[in-house]
Design a protein around this ligand. Structure first.
Ligand code: CP
Length: 308
């Protein structure tokens, strides 16, 4: 059987995403049930960048499924001496799968081409597909039919989290409005993919925050300055400030929307503390759901046909 990778959400079909989310729900309900499912399997976790949630949730996921995770800080490996291809071709002789957090998406693509085992994108400049799985799982816990809700992402439309959310919502039929300044609208590549696959019907992009957030059931934001963008931080924050997730924006929905953020948050930059800490915040459910969604993803990739 051909190995599968998960570099972007659209590597999976809508049916496959649905299967992973349904399995994640089963796993969350009965966390002890699959405790030996990945016995004898190992996951190498390569990090070019820092992480709290991705690293710990993948490591705990492997442990709780009976497998093992190996953390590799990029700078302490020989990836900086040898090329990606040779290092990956060595690594895949030891492990069953590789998860990598990289600066450039091209690096994780090169890893997937070289590896004989599944490669998972644990965040790149272009995509954060594992986050999108946890996000959809979190939203589905609040709404029995997510095809009837309006989700809004406000802030940086070029953001990897936003791009993966667009792909996941398009595949699952969730209405998503991206509210972003003209300088930071979603990349043409994802908009072209929507158009080409006739998936753009429920995805819209606007610069008008008042109109964009109206009737939102859920509002999501992410950092205005991602890792590696620090040198242009001041400019980005200034342009995106009108798109901050604050109590005024929440009021403009005319509803009482759930609040999402993938973390880490920069309080009072992209989201105000009162909103982040409000009783409508499901931010820490999102963080928890990284664990359950990734367990399902690991089973899907390492035990094809699992549960079917
Ligand atoms: N949301 C997320 O990916 O968190 P970390 O950067 O801490 O892994």
């Amino acid at each position: 059987m051909q190995k599968r990778d998960f570099l972007v959400v659209r590597d999976f079909t809508a049916k496959e995403i649905r299967a992973v989310l349904d399995l994640a729900k089963d796993i969350k309900r009965d966390q002890a049930r699959h405790s030996r499912a990945l016995e004898g399997k190992e996951l190498a976790m390569l990090f070019q960048k820092t992480s709290t949630r991705t690293r710990v949730s993948f490591e705990v996921a492997m442990h709780q499924l009976g497998g093992q995770a190996i953390f590799l800080d990029w700078r302490s490996t020989n990836f900086t001496l040898g090329g990606i291809e040779d290092e990956i071709r060595s690594l895949d002789r030891y492990v069953s799968a590789i998860m990598a957090r990289v600066f450039k998406h091209a690096d994780v693509e090169a890893m997937a081409r070289a590896a004989r085992v599944p490669v998972i994108n644990g965040l790149s400049d272009a995509a954060h597909p594992c986050q999108a799985l946890a996000d959809l799982l979190t939203i589905e816990e609040k709404f029995p039919d997510t095809r009837k809700i309006k989700l809004v992402f406000t802030g940086d439309g070029t953001d990897n989290v936003c791009v993966s959310l667009i792909e996941a919502c398009a595949l699952l039929g969730v209405q998503l409005t991206v509210v972003a300044p003209k300088e930071f609208i979603p990349p043409s590549s994802v908009m072209e993919w929507l158009a080409k696959n006739n998936l753009g019907r429920k995805i819209s992009v606007t610069q008008d925050i008042a109109a964009g957030v109206k009737d939102a059931d859920v509002i999501y934001t992410d950092t205005f300055v991602s890792m590696g963008q620090e040198s242009e931080g001041e400019r980005r924050i200034k342009i995106m400030h009108p798109y901050q997730l604050n109590s005024e924006v929440v009021k403009r929905t005319g509803k009482s929307p759930f609040i999402m953020h993938c973390l880490p948050a920069h309080r009072d930059i992209e989201i105000t503390s009162d909103v982040l800490d409000s009783d409508k915040s499901i931010i820490f459910d999102q963080a928890e759901n990284r664990l359950h969604a990734q367990k399902a993803l690991l089973l899907f990739l390492l035990r094809p046909g699992f549960g079917s």
